[in-house]
Design a binder for this molecule. Structure first.
Ligand SMILES: Cc1ncc(C[n+]2csc(CCOP(=O)(O)OP(=O)(O)O)c2C)c(N)n1
Length: 433
């Protein structure tokens, strides 16, 4: 099946059973490549059905899909004519592991840093309206990336915009580690309320067909339903800020996903589809250890064990040292922006849970938080990858440096980094893990 797929058009010709088979073949293919080359595994295994459904319903490149972070686009690349090239992943001059507009016209926007997709999609949708065109624009964003301030700023703008744009929330309850924060709590409460949208939409379609009285009745019923919904689904956050909320939908059920996507196409204004997926889906070892299989080096497919043990690197030394120092000085706290394991802070988080702060993918906030703590005599150690420090540039200057506050900033993955050396002209990622 896989050999026959060279573009979205080929996907559209398949029936559901064939698509299911294709999903399994794509999983196997990605597993083989990533176990050999290293790469982002768990997130890609989680979006196989979602990507197939998106390509079944939408027409790329006319329709635009902006993938947040972009680490989950291997499936999209396989489908859009880059199946063989994917074998060059993480090799010199090889294919990029992220969307690259110069690689394919179906990659409509370059990503890498988290939480940019809703802004970009809204921008593309507004541009479409100005040009009086009709195409669909979507952002696919994870629940982790939704903790980033930029995503929340964009939701705020999109929600009241009346612009036809769709946000697909790929909710697998994980960032790299377990996702955190208040919005994640809202999502947890919605996750369990399956099937609301289904009854809501089908009832609306039937009643709407009754002449004159139908639409008035629909409005009344909707108002009542909305109040009931407020009771059933605590805090309809997305509807309250102006989105039409669809879901939650099983992200591994292609037929159900296609049905939801087709509904979204007919709706005006901003829509959010809440898709529930399992990180690492289909490869048990990754399902059970999705944090370790988020981004991984070469590993043995049978056992899931790494082929090479990690050398003692900066992060490891840092992780050991900070624990040693924290034992001697109880004012030391550690702050991470969703990168506990990558920055070597796991041991610290286990030994000093009350002095460890994972703030989500929120580098600006991490630095602002550290500034506040330092002002009050605490010793905050903030560890962020070099590339992501860019997000907190203003906070470093405005909140920390100009007030001369003693915040200790540790820069992980600075310079040219071993396994990250995808620095050929097409793959520059400045050392992002
Ligand atoms: C600004 C920024 N900070 C940190 C990262 C590192 N990072 C890459 S993916 C990821 C987790 C994303 O979680 P989610 O959006 O839920 O996607 P999933 O992998 O779970 O599908 C993180 C923290 C990043 N890419 N950009």
């Amino acid at each position: 099946m896989l050999e026959k797929i060279n573009s979205s058009e080929d996907i559209k010709k398949l029936n559901i059973e064939e698509k299911k088979q294709l999903a399994e073949e794509i999983r196997r293919y990605i597993l083989e490549i990533v176990s050999e080359n290293g790469g982002h595994l768990a997130s890609n295994l989680g979006v196989v059905e979602l990507t197939i459904a998106l390509h079944s319903v939408f027409d790329l490149p006319k329709d635009k899909i902006v993938w947040d972070v972009g680490h989950q686009t291997y499936v999209h690349k396989v489908i859009t004519g880059r199946r063989e090239e994917l074998k060059t992943l993480r090799k010199l001059n090889g294919i990029s592991g992220f969307p690259k507009t110069r690689e394919s016209e179906t990659d409509c926007f370059n990503t890498g840093h988290s939480s940019t997709s809703i802004s970009a999609a809204l921008g593309m949708a507004r541009a479409r309206d100005i040009k009086k065109e009709k195409n669909n624009v979507l952002a696919v964003i994870g629940d982790g990336a939704l903790t980033g301030g930029m995503a929340l700023e964009a939701l705020n703008d999109a929600g009241c915009s009346k612009t036809r744009v769709t946000v697909i929330l790929n909710d697998n309850e994980m960032s790299i580690s377990k996702n955190i924060g208040g919005i994640n709590k809202i999502l947890s409460s919605i996750r369990t309320k399956k099937g609301y949208t289904k009854s809501n939409l089908s009832a609306k379609n039937v009643i709407n067909k009754v002449p004159v009285i139908g639409p008035i009745f629909v409005k009344l019923v909707q108002r009542i339903k909305r109040s009931i919904k407020q009771l059933i689904i605590p805090k309809m956050y997305f509807e309250d800020i102006g989105f039409r909320y669809l879901g939650p939908v099983d992200g591994h059920n292609i037929a159900e996903l296609e049905r939801m996507l087709n509904i979204s196409k007919k709706l005006e204004g901003p829509v959010l589809i809440h898709v529930l997926t399992k990180k690492g889906k289909g490869y048990k070892i990754a399902e059970e250890n999705s944090d370790r299989f988020h981004g991984i080096g070469q590993f043995d497919l049978e056992t899931g064990k790494p082929k090479k043990e990690r050398d003692k690197d900066y992060s490891k030394v840092f992780g050991e040292k900070i624990v040693e120092l924290a034992k001697k000085n109880e004012k030391i706290v550690a702050i991470t922006a969703a990168m506990r394991d990558g920055t070597g802070l796991r041991k610290f988080s286990e030994e000093f849970p009350e002095r460890f702060f994972d703030v989500g993918i929120a580098e600006q906030h991490a630095l602002g938080l550290a500034a506040g703590m330092a002002k009050e005599g605490i010793i905050p150690i903030v560890s962020i990858y070099s590339s992501f420090y860019q997000r907190g540039y203003d906070q470093v200057i405005h909140d920390i440096a100009t007030q001369n506050l003693p915040v200790i900033m540790c820069v992980d993955r600075a310079g040219i980094v071993g396994a990250d050396r995808r620095n050929s002209s097409r793959n520059i990622r400045y050392g992002i893990f």
